[in-house]
Design a protein around this ligand. Sequence first.
Ligand SMILES: [Zn+2]
Length: 87
Amino acid sequence: MAKDKDTTRRVTLTNDFHHSAVTLMVGEDGKLNPGQVRRARRALCGISGCTCAGNLGERGPQAEAAPNDDGTQLEFRNAETGEWSHQ
Ligand SMILES: [Zn+2]
């Protein structure tokens, strides 16, 4: 069965300290599974004890999405208005 409302989007998170980036596929709710969280952290910083970054390893202004307080869910930025969606 087709899931009309469950569109998946592709978002890129960046770390402007290590100049790294990771692309994640997430649903409309922005929820991340533990594997995605690990992958993002490893790709963006991955240095044990490094305090450069936020909960997902992101750092600096994010163009598309940013994680919530515990790093398990993303808020999306509207590319046209620049506003953030708050779940
Ligand atoms: Zn780091």
